[in-house]
Design a protein around this ligand. Structure first.
Ligand code: ARG
Length: 582
């Protein structure tokens, strides 16, 4: 049990005694340590329901509650109950955490299956920094949910059946450079796509040819199908290289094309069940009429008031759409995988699309806990959407290369002894960690400014700062003669800095489950920064290796060990590794 749960349980039984029946008595960490470590407003909520005096009720509960050595309770303000945890209790919980391979983190997700749809770039188009947010956020959420015991399926729903293939097929047949395709397929496919795209803009005849190629592909033309297959395969290989560098993996790559065969039947079923109807030759899903206009994704406000905003699932020409594929995908994930929850880590502009999909799936009887985990944009230092100098979208590979190059330079300046193979590896860990942390430490919905200097700063809210804190702690242990085993060490928490470090360390298990309430890894990122800062204050105030007494030294070493474990484990859940030296 976490400390919070222990306090909650004690409070719960006190309330039950006082009011004569079991009641909800939530406890939260207090925002301000002056008011104690934890806080509950249960007395206020309950007094309101029962029309009694909240302070009197709180006082009665405080007189009844048996907190043992956990904490002391006192009343505050209109009826808050504040808990101040004793150092001996922190010491006990920290020792338990050291002995626990799960570092005190409960398994809150057992028996629930979540499909996480993230990354999902489009084939033969570059994976740009917009996709980086989905990839990094999705990977971290998958790691956190997995550690909490959820059964997680990571699915890369790549865009491998879009209209871009008209351009690519035409380009493949006219301007493809075979040698380039061999040496750098992703770059060559991109060049082909871009050139044809430019040509088609100038010359309507080229555009028509491209459309013709696309129709042939959709009609099952063997030559075009074969080229398409090659393109997809080459693109996947290229993508895999990036995922390897990012240390991101998937259980499945069921892209859009996987669902092609299911689409005609799906549209028929929607028509049969009255979930969709024809409108101007197209098949559309309309409002259920059950929601008020402002909550209904199938209604939209225009100058003349509210009007229909249907989702087209089959065009008048017989073609299927993004929405059709997404409905088929929902069905597959629920029927085949038995998903309890489906999370879509996709940018905010697709919000309406997902609201429509969720609503239509629900009416269809394909129900799961759906979440669109939206995010904002990445801005350049000029606060405009991040672009290269030539105005193109910035490519993810280039970002990674530059991050590693800059990290290598910083490391060379700081620690010239780190060279060769180890130096390169550390630069990779630090550079990629910096990019990931810059993403994950922001609230996902804010647009954030991409700043190399800020994300690589050793003294700042950065991955390198956390990695350096970890390295610093490990170096303490290297100075020690012989191994140190923290198991069974008595923790003596005397200085405020020691108490505070333990207070934060044990909070790890309370924090992790709350991250999934709103899918916000930035809560973990910020917690780790706070923990590292607490470590540095502790390290300044409390000598470790030079401690006067061996019992004090061992207690402090155990705190160091615990801190480094939580730091590296927490960073691991953000998908960030720790070097041993830097
Ligand atoms: N390929 C899409 C894009 O780049 C994202 C797909 C997201 N997933 C989904 N099931 N719609 O915009």
């Amino acid at each position: 049990m976490t400390l919070l749960q222990e306090i909650e349980a004690a409070l719960g039984s006190a309330f039950a005694k006082v009011v004569g029946e079991p009641v909800e008595t939530p406890v939260v960490p207090s925002g301000d340590l002056r008011f104690g470590d934890y806080q509950s407003n249960a007395a206020m909520a309950l007094a309101k329901q029962r029309r009694t005096n909240p302070r009197a009720l709180a006082q009665e509960v405080i007189d009844t509650v048996d907190l043992g050595d956990l904490a002391t309770a006192e009343i505050a303000g209109p009826g808050f109950i504040n808990f101040r945890v004793s150092p001996s209790c922190f010491a006990r919980k920290a020792a338990e955490q050291i002995a626990d391979p799960r570092l005190g983190v409960p398994t809150t997700g057992e028996g629930r299956k979540i499909v996480i749809d993230f990354s999902a770039p489009n084939v033969a188009k570059p994976m740009h920094v917009g996709h980086i947010r989905s990839t990094i956020l999705g990977d971290s959420l998958a790691r956190i949910a997995g550690f909490l015991g959820y059964d997680v399926i990571r699915d890369n729903h790549i865009g491998d059946w879009g209209t871009q293939f008209g351009m690519i097929l035409h380009g493949w047949k006219t301007i493809l450079d075979q040698d380039q395709l061999e040496s750098d397929p992703v770059a060559e496919l991109l060049r082909v796509y871009r050139e044809v795209n430019a040509l088609a803009k100038q010359d309507p005849a080229v555009l028509e040819t491209c459309k013709g190629e696309l129709v042939k592909l959709q009609g099952g033309d063997p030559e075009n199908l074969q080229i398409w297959e090659r393109c997809v395969e080459l693109s996947k290989k290229g993508l895999q290289k990036i995922y390897d560098r990012l240390d991101v993996s998937f259980d499945h790559w069921l892209g859009e094309s996987f669902y092609n065969e299911r689409l005609p039947g799906l549209v028929d079923e929607f028509l049969d069940k009255g979930l969709a109807r024809e409108s101007d030759g197209a098949v559309c899903v309309f409002s259920s009429g059950e929601l008020s206009d402002d909550k209904d994704p199938f209604r939209i406000h225009k100058e003349n008031g509210w009007t229909d905003n249907p989702a087209i699932i089959r065009k008048a020409d017989g073609g299927f759409l993004y929405a059709t594929t997404d409905l088929a995908t929902v069905e597959y994930r629920i029927d085949e995988w038995k998903a309890d929850e489906i999370w879509y880590v996709v940018g905010a502009p697709q919000q309406l699309h997902f609201r429509q999909i969720f609503d239509a799936s629900h009416r269809w009887g394909k129900d799961a806990d759906f979440h669109h985990i939206a995010f904002g944009s990445i801005l350049g230092e000029d606060r405009k959407l991040m672009k290269t100098r030539s105005g193109d979208n910035v490519q993810l590979v280039d970002v990674l290369d530059e991050a590693i190059e800059r990290a290598a330079q910083a490391i060379r300046e700081k620690n010239p002894e780190l060279d060769g193979e180890e130096g390169r590896e550390v630069a990779e860990i630090v550079g990629i960690g910096a990019v990931k942390f810059a993403e994950l430490s922001q609230h996902r919905l804010t647009d954030y400014v991409f700043s190399w200097d800020r994300m690589l700063a050793l003294q700042g809210d950065t991955a390198p700062y956390l990695q350096y804190s970890y390295v610093r702690i490990r170096s303490i242990f290297r100075k020690l003669d012989g191994a140190f085993d923290p198991a069974g060490v008595d923790l003596l928490l005397e200085a405020d800095e020691e108490v505070h470090l333990a207070r934060l360390a044990i909070r790890y298990g309370e924090l992790l489950p709350t991250i999934l309430e709103d899918h916000r890894p930035n809560l973990l990122a910020n917690y780790l920064l706070e923990l590292a800062r607490a470590f540095h204050s502790f390290f300044e105030a409390c000598p470790v290796l030079k401690a006067e007494e061996i019992s004090v030294r061992d207690s402090r070493l155990a705190l160091c060990e615990l801190t480094s474990r939580v730091l590296s484990h927490g960073l691991g859940l953000l998908g960030i590794r720790c070097p041993e030296r830097m």
